[in-house]
Design a protein around this ligand. Structure first.
Ligand code: C2E
Ligand code: CA
Ligand code: CA
Length: 522
């Protein structure tokens, strides 16, 4: 076909698509044939019967054939890497003008991306996102759209289908997550990804085209559902329910509410247990902040810590959580669970504050709790900044009081095991990104095994966090991890729920040598 003919054909195809690709055109076919008979007899009937199908064939030349579906006008951009928010909105907008057809919009965000990016470095992280993009495309059909909507956030719009039912949308969300679940080789290591997905249906009202859905609203619905999913924890899926009160509230709105929430106790600790694998008993709990918001429900730190930071209240938050958590320790004591430890998280600004160690000592004294039962979790990235003399001074002051130090999110930052010895840390918390799927990944096992055994030689215990399955737990114990923490054992829970949970664990009985400062069993 010459270039000129091809161009003319393409121009005509584009111009005629809106008319010829409508299902309603088929209904005109018998009328056309009858008119032809009345006007010119059998000869014109034969001609008319050939012209319309021929027009349809020519109009569809070069378009992918989709068996069993009357293909509507092409609305997709295909799996291009440059597709963005505008592309998503444009595709949703075009589909919303197609009466009788439906679609769905998905927004997917990779869990713990910030940590992963820090762990892998910017270049490897970019490659990983490219791989994710390719996998999402592979999990979909060629004419669905995959777009990039921000850091580690992807948008998907389905090519129009007859009915975008919840069941179908959930199945596609599962397919997208499954596409990412196979470990990805990154340099000498491999990572296993999980993601949260929010989805929203695009429903067209019918042939009248009245009240056609708004593309912006569909995308906003998918984002709202994503926030719900993220609030439920990693690897979660939520569907947008029209009319549901959005949990999304701008961080600046939330910032205005922080002070009141801290004062009223609406921001409070929940507790996640840590198991000592040498005894099989509960060793202690980590206090994790929750905001019981009157209209938005229970929020996790990912949803409100930025607002607390904006409000300049991180230190207040730390104080409130620590004091309430020490009260919880007293409550467990009163029920006979006398030897539990309590871990609290401390952020960089707290550790830099000159009065922090003294304030902690004062809180322990006021609650009449031995310093050895309190553990302060310090992010590896904060502790590793050896130039920060203020942090070093605080760590030394905490240690000298007998307070334990755990190195949180170990493996994500840049601290080497040898360099952390001088911080006086007694336990390393192996980050969840090393734990996910460790039972199925020999490289991950070699890496964690190396960390654990080097740590042991230096007198450090290892706690694996984010342990979800018995298989992961068994592998970690085999590799020498002394403590485990994760959804597999229990999710974080309100204080009132810990009492019944502890009863099911048989904790609180005298434990021989279950203290956290013991050497792990060889
Ligand atoms: P983190 O200290 O690393 O806490 C562990 C996080 O992993 C918690 O999320 C916990 O719910 C989650 N997690 C525990 N087990 C599992 C599991 O098996 N699977 C999965 N997928 N996740 C698991 P959470 O409670 O949302 O806390 C997030 C982060 O917020 C914490 O990470 C910590 O850095 C910060 N944070 C929480 N409470 C406080 C606080 O009182 N003060 C400060 N400064 N930071 C806090
Ligand atoms: Ca922690
Ligand atoms: Ca952690």
């Amino acid at each position: 076909m010459s270039r000129a003919v091809k161009d003319a054909l393409e121009r005509w195809q584009r111009g005629s698509r809106s008319v010829l690709s409508r299902v309603e055109v088929l209904a005109l076919f018998p009328i056309l044939v009858l008119c032809a008979y009345a006007a010119g007899g059998p000869t014109l009937v034969v001609a008319a019967a050939m012209v319309l199908p021929a027009l349809l064939v020519v109009q569809n030349l070069g378009r992918p054939v989709r068996p069993g579906v009357f293909a509507p006008a092409p609305v997709t951009q295909g799996p291009t890497r440059s597709a963005d928010r505008a592309t998503v909105l444009a595709m949703l907008g075009r589909i919303s003008a197609m009466p009788g057809l439906e679609s769905a919009c998905f927004v997917l965000r990779i869990d713990d991306w910030d940590r992963l990016e820090r762990r892998l470095g910017a270049e490897a992280a970019r490659d990983l996102l490219d791989e994710c993009h390719a996998r999402l495309c592979a999990a979909l059909r060629g004419d669905d759209l995959v777009a990039s909507l921000g850091p580690a956030t992807f948008g998907v719009v389905l090519h129009p289908i007859a009915a975008a039912r919840l069941r179908i949308r959930d199945a596609i969300a599962d397919r997208l997550r499954a596409g990412l679940a196979t470990p990805v080789a990154v340099g000498a290591t491999s990572v296993r990804l999980t993601a949260c997905v929010g989805h929203a249906a695009l429903r067209n009202p019918g042939p009248s085209g009245k009240d056609a859905p708004d593309a912006d609203a569909v995308l906003a619905g998918a984002f709202q559902a994503l926030e719900e999913a993220r609030g439920a924890g990693p690897d979660s899926v939520r569907s947008f329910v029209p009319g549901s009160p959005g949990r999304q509230r701008t961080q600046s709105q939330l910032s205005n509410e922080v002070a009141g929430a801290l004062a009223s106790g609406a921001i409070l600790p929940w507790f996640q247990p840590q198991l000592d694998m040498r005894t099989g008993r509960v060793a202690g709990f980590e206090a994790l902040a929750r905001w019981q918001h009157p209209t938005l429900g229970v929020m996790t730190p990912g949803q409100f810590l930025p607002a607390v930071e904006n409000a300049g209240r991180m230190e207040d938050l730390g104080t409130r959580i620590r004091q309430q958590a020490l009260d919880a320790l007293k409550a467990w004591d009163r029920r006979g669970h006398m030897d539990l430890t309590l871990s609290v998280n401390a952020c960089g600004s707290e550790l830099r504050s000159p009065g922090y160690a003294e304030q902690v000592a004062w809180d322990l004294d006021a609650a009449d709790i031995a310093p050895e039962r309190l553990i302060v979790e310090v992010l590896e990235s904060v502790a590793a900044d050896a130039r920060d003399d203020a942090v070093m001074a605080t760590l030394a002051a905490l240690r000298s009081q007998g307070i334990g130090l755990d190195l949180d999110d170990f493996g994500v930052g840049q601290a080497s095991l040898l360099s952390i010895r001088r911080f006086g840390v007694s336990r390393i918390k192996i980050d969840r990104s090393f734990v996910i799927g460790i039972d199925r990944d020999a490289e991950q096992q070699a890496m964690v095994g190396g960390i654990v055994s080097l740590g042991r030689k230096m007198g450090l215990d290892a706690l694996a966090e984010g342990v979800e399955t018995p298989e992961e737990q068994a592998t970690l114990v085999e590799l020498g991890c002394t403590y485990v923490q994760g959804f597999g054992l229990a999710r974080p829970m309100a204080l009132s729920d810990t009492f019944a949970w502890l009863e099911t664990q048989g904790a609180g009985m005298p434990r021989s040598g279950a203290g956290r400062h013991l050497r792990p069993a060889e």
